[in-house]
Design a protein around this ligand. Sequence first.
Ligand code: ZN
Length: 271
Amino acid sequence: MSGAGAPGGGHIPVFLYHAVMEDPPAWIAEFTVTPKEFAAHLDAIVDSGMTPVTISALAGHLAGRAPLPPRPVLLTFDDGFADLPGPTAEALAERGLPATAYLTTGAIAPGGRSLLPPAPMMTLDAVAGLERAGMEIGSHTVTHAQLDTLSGADLARELRESKEVLEDALGHPVRHLAYPHGYNSAKVRASSARAGYETATAVRHALSSDRDERYRIARLIVRRAHTVTDVEAWLAGGGVRVAPYRDGPKTVAWRWYRRGRAVLRGPEFAG
Ligand SMILES: [Zn+2]
C-alpha cells in the first residue's frame, strides 16, 4: 500500500456527502450529516492547508493535460438534496471551497421519476445558480439505477439523458459522472466513455490518488457516525487504502449477487 508522499502515489481524499440536514428521511439518515458537523468538517479542510479542487482539475491531471496543485482534496455531493443550493452551497462559499455536485436528473426535473425514496430535493431550475456559486455539476444518472445490472440500451439512456438534461440547464457540456451507489463494471466504464464522460467516480471507501483510474475514481462516503477526527485522518492519508487496487473477493461476490437479484426483481433502490 502506498501512503501519503509515496513516489507517484500522492493520496487524494475525495469526500462523498449526501444530505446536510437536521431531520433527514430515515432512508438517507445514515448518510446525512448535520449542518454543524458539516461546518466542522469544512473548517478541518481549511485548517489542513490542502487545496480543494473540482473534478475537472483531477480529470485534467489524469488525462495528462495539467498538473494538480499541491495536496489536492475534493468535496463531492450526490443526488441533489434540497440543502445543496441553499445552506450547503453557502457554507462552502463562505470558506471559498469549490466542490462538485452529481445530480440525479429524474429526482430534480419537473415530472421526472427516479428510484430514490421520497426526500426534500433541489430542483432543476437551481442548477445554473449552483454552478455560479462555485460548484461543478456532474451527472448521477436519470433514475439512480444500479448501472451494472442494466441492459446496454437502458444503460446508454441513463448516461445520455441525464447528461442532456444538465447540459440544457447549464448551456455547456457536462463531462463527469458518479455511478449510483458506486456500482460499475467494465461494460459500464466503457459505455460512460462512449457517452462522452471524461471521468466517473465510484465509492470504494478508499483514498484516491494521482494515479487513480479515470472511470472509477475512489471516494470516501461520509456517514452520520463519522467525526472530525475521521475527516482529519483521511486528510492526512490515514485509516483507509489508496486506490488504484484490485477488488477483493467480498466486493466481487456482492456484485454478482446484486446482478442476479436484478434479473429476478428488476430495478430497485439499493440503499
Ligand atoms: Zn446517489
